[in-house]
Write a protein that binds this ligand. Structure first.
Ligand SMILES: N[C@@H](CCC(=O)N[C@@H](CS)C(=O)NCC(=O)O)C(=O)O
Length: 332
C-alpha cells in the first residue's frame, strides 16, 4: 500500500515537473521579430522528412536557392514525439513542424513561411507574380494547399491540405504499428491538441490490419477522398484555363509549391492514380512538377525509411485484406 502510494506520488511529481518544462500553446502564423531562438546561421529550418508542411517549406527554399541549417525533428509517425520535447517547445510552443528561423526570429505556419522566404529572395518576384489577378490566383492556391487548424480533418472541403490527413490515415496506421506504446503515450500526456495523439493511440490499439473495422476512420477516409476529388476538379479547370504549364500561366509560383506537396503526398501513400484518372491537365502538371530540381531537393532526397516500410505494408494490405481495400478504395 505504502509503496503504491509512493509510486503514485513520484509519478504525479514527475508529470507535473515535466509539464512545467513543456509549455504548449498555439502560435499565430507569421514572423515574430520580438522572439529570438538560438541559431548559428541566417536561415535554420526545423522539419521532418515525412511532414507535408515541412516538404512545402523545403521545396520553397530550394526554389529560392536559400541555404539553411536543417534540424530534423521526429514526429510520432517517424518514431517519437521529439516535437514535444522541452527544448523544441521552447522554440515552438505549438509543438508542430516546420519552424523556419531567420536571423534567429521564428516564422510560424508553413504557408506564412513560404511567403516570408519569397519576400526575402534576392531576385524580386521570384515565386510571387506581380499582376493583381495573378497574385489573387496564387493566393487562392496557397490557401487551398494549406493545412489549417488543430483538427486537420475538419476543413477538408475548404482546403486540399486538410483533405490530406484523412487520406494519410492508412500509412499513419502502418507506421504507428512499428512505434512503441510508451512513445505514443507521451502525446497523450503533453500534446496540446489531444485529438491527434488519441487518433494514433486508437490506430495502435486496432493495428493497421484492422483499420477498416473502425467506422469513424473509414468515414473520414471516404469524406477526405470525396473532398479531394472536388479539389482536383478545380485544379483541372484552373490548369486548363492557364496559359502556361503552371497554375499562374508561365510563372512557377508558391501556388505550385503548395500543390506539388499535396500531389506528391497522394503518390507517397499510393493514392494518386485515382485522382489523376481522366484528368489530363493534372497528369501533365504532375510530370512537370517532378522535373523541378526543387522536387528532388525538397522531397525525393528526404525519403524516410519508416515511410518506405509503411507504404510497402499499405500496398500489401490492399492486396491481401479485402476489407482494408474496400475501406480505402471502395464506393464512397
Ligand atoms: N498549419 C501548420 C500545420 C503544421 C502541422 O500540423 N504539422 C504537422 C506535420 S505536417 C505536425 O507537426 N504534427 C505534429 C503533431 O501534431 O504531433 C503549418 O502549415 O505549418
Amino acid at each position: 500500500m505504502c509503496i503504491a502510494l509512493f509510486a503514485v506520488v513520484v509519478l504525479v511529481g514527475w508529470y507535473l515537473w515535466e509539464k512545467k518544462q513543456r509549455i504548449t500553446h498555439s502560435m499565430p502564423g507569421g514572423l515574430r521579430a520580438d522572439l529570438t531562438i538560438d541559431h548559428t546561421q541566417e536561415w535554420e529550418l526545423y522539419h521532418n522528412d515525412f511532414s507535408l508542411c515541412s516538404k512545402k517549406t523545403r521545396v520553397c527554399m530550394a526554389e529560392l536557392g536559400i541555404r539553411y541549417r536543417a534540424h530534423h525533428i521526429d514526429l510520432i509517425e517517424t518514431g517519437s514525439y521529439q516535437n514535444l520535447s522541452a527544448w523544441y517547445l521552447r522554440a515552438n510552443p505549438a509543438g508542430i513542424l516546420p519552424l523556419l528561423v531567420h536571423n534567429g526570429h521564428p516564422i510560424f505556419e508553413s504557408h506564412e513561411q513560404i511567403l516570408y522566404a519569397a519576400s526575402q529572395a534576392e531576385t524580386t518576384n521570384l515565386l510571387i507574380p506581380t499582376g493583381a489577378h495573378e497574385r489573387a490566383v496564387m493566393d487562392h492556391w496557397v490557401h487551398k494547399s494549406s493545412l489549417l487548424g488543430d483538427d486537420p480533418i475538419s476543413g477538408m472541403r475548404e482546403t486540399a491540405g486538410n483533405a490530406v490527413p484523412g487520406l494519410t490515415l492508412p500509412i499513419f496506421a502502418t507506421m504507428i504499428d512499428q512505434v512503441a506504446w510508451s512513445k505514443i503515450l507521451v502525446g497523450l500526456l503533453f500534446h496540446r491538441a489531444k485529438l491527434r495523439p488519441l487518433m494514433f493511440l486508437r490506430m495502435k490499439s486496432l493495428g493497421s490490419d484492422n483499420l477498416a473495422t473502425e467506422k469513424r476512420m473509414v468515414g473520414v477516409i471516404r469524406k477526405s477522398r470525396a473532398a479531394m476529388h472536388v479539389h482536383f476538379d478545380e485544379l483541372e479547370r484552373e490548369l486548363l484555363s492557364s496559359v502556361g504549364d503552371w497554375i499562374v500561366g508561365d510563372q512557377f509560383t508558391l501556388a505550385d509549391v503548395g500543390m506539388m506537396v499535396i500531389i506528391e503526398r497522394l503518390a507517397e501513400v499510393d493514392w494518386l492514380g485515382e485522382f489523376l484518372t481522366n484528368r489530363p491537365q493534372s497528369t501533365a502538371y504532375w510530370q512537370s512538377l517532378q522535373a523541378r530540381a526543387s522536387y528532388q531537393e525538397g522531397i525525393a532526397d528526404h525519403r524516410h525509411p519508416a515511410v518506405v516500410d509503411g507504404l510497402a505494408k499499405v500496398v500489401r494490405l490492399k492486396k491481401e485484406n479485402p476489407r482494408f481495400y474496400e475501406a480505402l478504395v471502395g464506393s464512397a
